[in-house]
Design a protein around this ligand. Structure first.
Ligand code: DGT
Ligand code: CA
Ligand code: CA
Ligand code: ZN
Length: 573
């Protein structure tokens, strides 16, 4: 059982407990455990297999939870989850995921109206039944209807980071098959899209039957959906569909090109081929009956006088214009980043101490790390007040003296208050190295109001960057209403940076917003928002997103050393 699968079950328990109105501490224990396991660098299974080690050594996992996880790994079952699911229909979970419907409201809908599926909920909203409940208004009904679509989508698309774990396992599995000469993942996964609908694999093999038999033996297959001579589709137990195509050598490159997509990119390509009297499909590029390319992908593009586009750019946005104008941007790479500018420690809601976070960041090869704990408004996360923050910064000064070739930055993620203004005074903020300002509350305010709050924050001389600028949570919460153009302009005018929060469930800025930031001349910082040392590895998800937005090393601020970066933000501070 993968860490992601274990974490998903624990999250499910937390969701169901919350739906039942259980003790918040109990719920939190499951959520913390899920996060700790999800972010763990090595499989829980190998910790369990080692007699010298204990699950309780992992921060965030207590004795009780450790036993449950051990049972889950051993038996594949979690007794408390089975019990909860006996009491609560599983379809209720989809309702919990409707943005704006907390577990309390979902519970009321279930108790009072017997609603336990999204379809029932839709009908109840449309027929005006929901507004008859206490605590629900006609306005709520309308909001629910709008959000049901997001919730139904949520069940269908998988976070890229989770998809990546599954892809790596499948690749390893396929490589064990003697008939497989080459195996690649294509589709939206290869393009680095933040969520993927299904996985698409291409195999080069002399014996298609043997490859498909081997595929069928992958542990964790829920159901075989289709099996033909060269194509097979299955659904994994975790829910995601996997397509496999076995492709001959002379067509492998053409198939890689075709099945990497995107569809929109392929449509443009087909048009360009046609204009030259050529035909392009998943088998190759053809002039009449003659195949002129197909065995390798670069050759396919070369046959149309095109560069082999990085998969992240294949969305039919600007890639063909760039190619026509003589060159693609040299996209940023993970190795270009030299520091991380958003993370949390035990001083607020992080799981590791400042020293631990520093050591982990240094081990990743970074030369600086900004500690940006929450400010006091975010009481739930143990946000710091002025005194606590100043004390933390003294502590950071002390720790910095012990570090060589690495620097901790005195930072904070200061809350942009609902009523406007920042949660901490200017006199304190002025003493920090790196101030991130973020919206956490009042996310349902009007577009004008939220935009105004954010623009004001960007006008504050001490703020360096805007954290998770649109507030979106993939599959969970839409971006708040905000005029991003006004945000870009305010950032540009005030010399501020915008964060690309690399957390795999945020990726906020998204790819399009990254491209816009560049357009407005606003540098982007790619930060992890890590709450645990393992979370510091999330930069790579942010890099993928930045690449999809066409960003280069130059466009991303934390490719600079700290002294360079300081100069960059220093002008206005
Ligand atoms: P997903 O799975 O929804 O995240 O997105 P993709 O892009 O992986 O889409 P998928 O799995 O349906 O198909 C993989 C690629 O195959 C897609 O990016 C382009 C290509 N493809 C699939 N169907 C068509 C089609 O009808 N026309 C064209 N031109 N290309 C297609
Ligand atoms: Ca796909
Ligand atoms: Ca597919
Ligand atoms: Zn935040």
């Amino acid at each position: 059982m993968t860490n992601a699968e274990i974490a998903a079950r624990l999250e499910l328990v937390a969701d169901l407990l919350e739906f039942q109105g259980a003790n918040p501490f109990r719920i939190r224990a499951y959520r913390n455990g899920a996060r700790a396991i999800h972010d763990l660098a090595e499989p829980v299974e190998s910790v369990l297999a080692d007699p010298e080690r204990h699950l309780t050594d992992i921060q965030g996992i207590g004795k009780d939870l450790a036993q449950k996880v051990a049972d889950l790994v051993e038996t594949g079952r979690l007794a408390i989850l089975d019990e909860l699911l006996e009491e609560i229909p599983e379809s209720v979970l989809a309702i919990l995921r409707v943005p704006g419907l907390g577990p309390k409201k979902a519970a009321a809908l279930f108790r009072e109206l017997g609603i336990h599926t999204l379809d029932q909920l839709r009908v109840a909203c449309e027929t005006g039944q929901v507004r008859t409940l206490k605590g629900f208004a006609a306005k709520t009904e309308k909001a629910i209807l709008e959000n049901i679509d997001i919730a139904s989508e949520a069940d269908k698309r998988t976070y890229w980071a989770i998809a990546d774990e599954i892809v790596q396992k499948l690749l390893a599995h396929f490589r064990e098959c003697e008939s497989v000469e080459r195996i690649e993942a294509a589709g939206s996964y290869r393009r680095g899209k933040e969520t993927v609908g299904d996985l698409d694999f291409l195999a080069l093999a002399d014996d298609a039957t043997a490859v498909m038999d081997h595929f069928a033996a992958f542990p964790g297959i829920g159901k075989t959906l289709l099996r033909g001579d060269t194509k097979m589709s299955i659904r994994l137990e975790v829910g995601i569909q996997v397509d496999l195509r076995v492709v001959p050598a002379e067509s492998f490159g053409a198939a890689m090109q075709y099945f990497t997509g995107s569809q929109a990119h392929n449509v443009v390509l087909r048009g360009m081929a046609k204009a030259r009297g050529l035909k392009i499909n998943e088998y190759g590029v053809f002039r009449g009956d003659e195949q002129i390319a197909g065995d390798d992908e670069a050759g396919v593009y070369a046959a149309l006088d095109l560069p082999c586009f990085p998969p992240e750019l294949r969305e039919a946005r600007r890639e063909f214009d760039w190619a026509a104008a003589g060159g693609l941007p040299e996209l940023i790479e993970l190795k270009d980043l030299c520091g991380d500018l958003h993370c949390h420690s035990t001083w607020s809601d992080g799981m590791n101490t400042i020293e631990e976070m520093a050591a982990a960041a240094k081990a990743l090869g970074h030369s600086y790390l900004a500690i940006t704990d929450h400010s006091k408004r975010v009481a739930m996360a143990g946000g710091l007040d002025e005194d606590q923050l100043l004390r933390q910064w003294e502590e950071i000064d002390r720790i910095n003296e012990t570090l060589k070739g690495f620097r901790l930055l005195k930072g904070v993620e200061v809350d942009i208050l609902e009523g406007g203004g920042l949660d901490l005074g200017d006199d304190v903020l002025a003493q920090g190295d790196w101030i991130v300002a973020s919206v956490h509350y009042g996310q349902n305010q009007s577009r004008e109001r939220i935009t105004q709050r954010v623009v004001e924050a960007l006008e504050n001389p001490h703020v360096c960057a805007l954290g998770h600028p649109t507030g979106r949570l993939l599959n969970r919460r839409k971006p708040y209403e905000i005029d991003m153009e006004a945000v870009f302009r305010a950032a540009a005018d005030n010399g501020k940076l915008l964060e690309l929060n690399a957390h795999p469930k945020r990726l906020d800025l998204d790819d399009l917003a990254c491209a816009s930031a560049k357009h407005y001349g606003v540098p982007v910082v790619i930060s992890t928002d890590a709450h645990i040392i393992e979370g510091l590895s999330a930069l790579r998800y942010g890099v993928l997103q930045a690449r999809r937005g066409g960003l280069t090393k130059d466009d991303v601020a934390n490719t600079r050393t700290w002294p360079q970066l300081k100069k960059m933000i220093g002008g206005k501070r």
